[in-house]
Ligand binder design. Structure first.
Ligand code: 6PG
Length: 255
């Protein structure tokens, strides 16, 4: 059967404010973004407003989380933490995004457990995707009938994936689901991921990208190479919000 091409029409209201910052090292990248994230949280707390953030997984955000864990000027009282995606493994599994965040950040800060919205990677994926979708709807604002996150952090895979939206699954940018099941193309590991429209509905979407291995994919995306049309990360185009790319020198070395 010939796979139908996906025609993606991504509407964006704003003339896409896309900020690209290149940093000498992952430390400086993480330090600057930690300061910005702390300021966003402080601003929200001034009006006792919940601040909803979906964290990225993988290894890049580990340094950011460690820096946030020692940020003394921030109260986490109004922060609600979600994940943009999770591997379908128990929380104590080395692969767990929640497990990594627990060790680098959550175990070191004062935050109410009711503000931590973990994806239960150990549960049956289809059921958990539904449960997590409902939890997101319950604890986030709404815009255009979709959950509205204040901030979504994203990483970038060498194949152009982001969250757990992998190449060949651009249909997840048309999905009317809040989150869904994905399969890692190499390991076949089951994942639960936010879908593209939810990510594009956020107020601020920030890619954190570091390391030599990301240089090629970054180059292809930023030089509008045709192959980037297969990258899910290419279709992260906030409809109303801001798009930030925080890249270290190594990942940006081909720009
Ligand atoms: C995950 C992520 C994924 C990650 C990229 C980059 O669960 O793995 O959410 O999208 O951000 O694969 O991963 P690294 O930061 O480890 O390079």
């Amino acid at each position: 059967m010939v796979k139908k091409g996906i025609t993606l029409t991504i509407k964006t209201i704003n003339p896409l404010v896309k900020i690209v910052k290149i940093f000498p090292t992952p430390y400086e990248l993480s330090k600057e973004f930690a300061e910005e994230m702390v300021n966003m949280i402080i601003e929200s707390a001034k009006y006792s407003k919940p601040f909803t953030v979906a964290l990225s997984g993988g290894s890049t955000p580990e340094l950011l989380f460690s820096l946030l864990s020692v940020a003394v000027s921030v109260s986490w009282k109004y922060v609600h933490i979600f994940w943009g995606d999770e591997r379908c493994v128990p929380p104590d599994d080395a692969e767990s995004n929640f497990g990594m965040t627990m060790s680098k950040l959550l175990s070191k800060i004062e935050i109410a457990s009711r503000n931590i919205h973990r994806i239960n990677g150990e549960d049956e994926p289809e059921k958990e995707a539904l449960r997590y979708s409902k939890e997101i709807s319950l604890f986030t604002r709404e815009r255009d009938g979709l959950p509205l996150f204040d901030l979504i952090l994203l990483g970038l895979g060498e194949d152009g994936h982001t969250a757990s939206i992998f190449p060949g699954h651009l249909d997840l940018f048309d999905s009317d689901k809040i989150c869904t099941i994905a399969l890692h193309p190499v390991t076949q590991q089951k994942r639960i991921t936010l879908t593209g429209r939810i990510i594009n509905n956020a107020d601020i979407v920030t890619f954190l990208v570091a390391g030599r291995k990301k240089a090629e994919v970054v180059e292809k995306m930023f030089k509008n190479d045709l192959s980037a049309l297969n990258y899910p990360a290419t279709y992260i185009v906030p409809v109303y919000g801001r798009l930030n790319w925080y890249i270290d020198k190594e990942a940006g070395r081909l720009l």
